[in-house]
Design a protein around this ligand. Structure first.
Ligand code: NAD
Length: 478
């Protein structure tokens, strides 16, 4: 018997969860649920993360969490429990299937059947942010090779297991050559192991435009965290409604299943919410724990119900719908259809499967890492970069010399343009002189000289090569 941790959530959470549980029960899913309290009440009871230590323990013991949406109270600096859970439990993969149900649910894209696989732990969501000067704040974008390998391998394995033919990668590696460049590079490497799957890559901006315009050209799309966050909501909405989609968050140890939408406080307690997002999440959960045939039965019954025109208010359409129902009545209609197949929409078949276990990450032999310079970031309120260059050249030593100053990435020294707008945040690059074997003591000398010349150094970033390949970006205009 499988034991799953259950959180009924806030707003419409309890009513859509009860509706979904009634379907699981009627389909003999044979799952035991252990309920925990998370969300609004816990936040307001003084748990700033929205969850108690006991609840964490239950989740870690049972490994699977089935969660209705929760409300994050506005203001008061409460952290999103969803983000905390994804990161703390290592739920590296977020999967959102977005399939249109034309003509039964209104959509401009009748043939859409896309799965967005979003990296869930890294990228700008590391939440490492700093204010460095009066005028400039920064957020660190961190992308790791193990993080890329996990999510990209997951995307290909998902494609194989679900009979998908193509995996597309979205990045912005024409601009972020190191971070998104690594994601794209690992995509190309991993793809070599799956010759039966077609691959393609799009720069995220044109990729997003194509997804919004002609989603039927895509199959599985894998992408870094921030693009995935934006793109998966767009995909769900253009498929018909964000109210229909389920979402899985998968880790090596634990997994969490939920609806895409939020807790919809505006319609809470009225028995009008659509439970379909959570029903679809439960189907993904059943597949994950190997109860594929129960998943298949519920999925087909749900498709049939949608096809019958039995619709909740959010997707009710006087032409296509036959009956407007409440949350509970929709679940009852799905239960009545258990064992039925849709007549027009394609029915689903789920093969017996075991949870996907990725191979353990194999660290590669360390590359030859050489330090070749340092970027010194300076808070300076002057306007003429020539003046700053003259001051900073005084910091040169026998190993390092100033070669470049940029302002927000644009070269302003030497030979800058007076048109370039400058703020108070300057990146000053010191490079090793020819044939000098640099050591970090020389960088410390630069910092010491900076102190002596009253320069406000806000941070440094060492410049390395790896096996002779440059491990840092050039300045725009360099
Ligand atoms: P929302 O998704 O809750 O609601 C947006 C709109 O969609 C509302 O008009 C709502 O009535 C409607 N809607 C949503 N789900 C529906 C359903 N199942 N049936 C019918 N209509 C539905 O988004 P929001 O208003 O931005 O957020 C409300 C709260 O939900 C916030 O506190 C937010 O933090 C939280 N939230 C939680 C999760 C989660 O727990 N996974 C995700 C997103 C937002």
């Amino acid at each position: 018997m499988i034991k799953v941790t259950l959180a009924k959530g806030d707003g419409i959470g309890p009513e859509i969860m009860d509706a979904t549980l009634s379907i699981l029960d009627a389909a003999n899913a044979d799952i035991t649920f252990e309920e925990i309290q998370v969300g609004e009440k816990m936040y307001l009871n003084g748990h700033t993360t929205g969850i108690s230590d006991d609840a964490w323990e239950t989740i870690r013991t049972n490994k699977i969490l089935f969660k209705a949406p929760i409300t994050t109270p506005q203001g008061g600096g409460y952290k999103s429990l969803n983000v905390t859970m994804r990161k703390t439990l290592g739920l590296y993969s977020n999967i959102r299937p977005c399939t249109s149900m034309h003509p039964f649910v209104q959509t401009k894209h009748p043939d859409m059947d896309v799965v967005i696989i979003r990296e869930n732990e890294e990228d700008l969501y590391a939440g490492i942010e700093h204010q460095q000067t009066d005028e400039v704040v920064q957020c660190l974008k961190l992308i790791s090779r193990p993080g890329c390998e996990k999510i990209i391998t997951y995307a290909f394995e998902y494609a194989i297991r679900n009979g998908r033919k193509k995996v597309t990668c979205f990045t912005k590696d024409n601009i972020m050559k190191q971070t998104d460049g690594l994601f794209h590079e690992v995509f190309n490497e991993v793809a070599l192991k799956y010759p039966q799957i077609e691959i393609e890559h799009w720069i995220v901006d044109i990729g997003a435009a194509l997804l919004a315009d002609s989603p039927e050209r895509f199959d599985v799309i894998v992408m870094p965290n921030l693009y995935g966050d934006v793109m998966s909501d767009i995909a769900a909405q253009i498929a018909g409604s964000v109210g229909l989609g389920g979402s899985a968050n998968i880790g090596q140890e634990c997994a969490m299943f939920e609806a895409i939408h939020g807790s919809a406080p505006d319609i809470a307690g009225k028995n009008i919410a659509n439970p379909s997002g959570l029903i679809n999440a439960s189907i993904m959960m059943l597949n994950h724990v190997g109860k594929n045939k129960v998943a298949e039965k519920i999925h087909n019954a749900w498709l049939r119900t949608i096809e019958d025109g039995v619709h909740t208010a959010d997707i009710y359409d006087p032409i296509m719908s036959t009956k407007k129902v409440g949350t509970k009545e929709f679940a009852e209609a799905v239960i009545a259809n258990l064992g039925e197949l849709p007549k027009q929409l394609p029915s689903v078949v789920y093969e017996e499967s075991t949870p996907l276990v990725l191979p353990k990450y194999q660290r590669r032999p360390a590359k030859d890492k050489k330090i070749v310079g340092v970027d010194v970031f300076v808070d300076w309120h002057g306007e003429d970069a020539k003046e700053l260059g003259a001051i900073l050249q005084k910091l040169n030593n026998d190993a390092l010399e100033l070669v470049l100053i940029t302002n927000r990435g644009v070269k302003v020294w030497p030979h800058g343009f007076k048109e370039t707008f400058c703020t108070d945040h300057w990146r000053c690059r010191y490079a090793a002189k020819d044939d000098v074997l640099l050591d970090k003591g020389k960088i410390v000398e630069i910092l010491q000289a900076g102190l002596e010349h009253n320069i406000d150094i806000i941070k440094t970033e060492n410049l390395y090569t790896f096996d002779g390949k440059r491990g840092y970006s050039l300045g725009q205009g360099q």
